[in-house]
Design a protein around this ligand. Structure first.
Ligand code: RBF
Length: 176
């Protein structure tokens, strides 16, 4: 497939994933700034169909378009970007020959750890209170907020990984 075709397909996948971002909803009502949406599945399909660089192109398209079309929330979109970037990067460098679903679970846990650190840095800026004050504000302790962030990211990425893989299997012949 030519580079031009690959990049236009990647752009289309990114633009389509913006539509899926509109389906976002909080998994845990008490931490409603963490919103699940199925858009990462198209970025993951882009990774499986092509490569890391092409998937990054789809991801940048998705978050740029979503920022301008819907959210205007630079921090929220950036957090989604970092989480998906981490997931596809771990899947790319992960070379152990294990069951693919185990890979999704391990990569999602990695995303969970990275996003706990990101949330510790960003929550004080976003909510203008310390991490532990924000946890109390949501009716949680710092530890239960950490567990919530890990659980959220694991649910988001295991589901998107499975759906992205299913879509990839359905459309791969079309692109070969
Ligand atoms: N998205 C994730 O995938 N994982 C996160 O850990 C995460 N943390 C966020 C923390 C804050 C303070 C905000 C504002 C957003 C966060 N997001 C995260 C993105 C959020 O779930 C949603 O996709 C965006 O806000 C776009 O609506």
């Amino acid at each position: 497939m030519s580079r031009v075709k690959i990049l236009s397909t990647a752009g289309i996948l990114g633009a389509l994933s913006v539509l899926l971002m509109f389906l976002e909803f909080p998994i845990f009502p008490f931490a409603n700034f963490l919103k699940f949406d199925p858009s990462a599945l198209l970025i993951i399909a882009s990774l499986f169909l092509f490569d890391w660089k092409t998937a990054m192109f789809s991801l940048i398209t998705k978050d740029l378009v979503f920022y301008f079309v819907k959210s205007g929330d630079l921090i929220g979109v950036s957090m989604d970007f970092v989480a998906i970037f981490t997931f596809i990067s771990i899947l790319t460098i992960f070379k152990l020959n294990i069951n693919k679903y185990m890979k999704y679970v391990i990569a999602s846990f990695g995303v969970g750890i990275v996003m706990v650190l990101m949330n510790m840095a960003i929550i004080p800026i976003y909510f203008k209170m310390s991490f532990s004050e924000a946890a109390n504000y949501f009716g949680l302790t710092s530890w239960t907020l950490i567990v919530t962030i890990i659980a959220f990211n694991m649910i988001k990425f295991v589901l998107n990984g499975i759906l992205g893989d299913l879509l990839y299997k359905r459309i791969k012949n079309f692109f070969s």
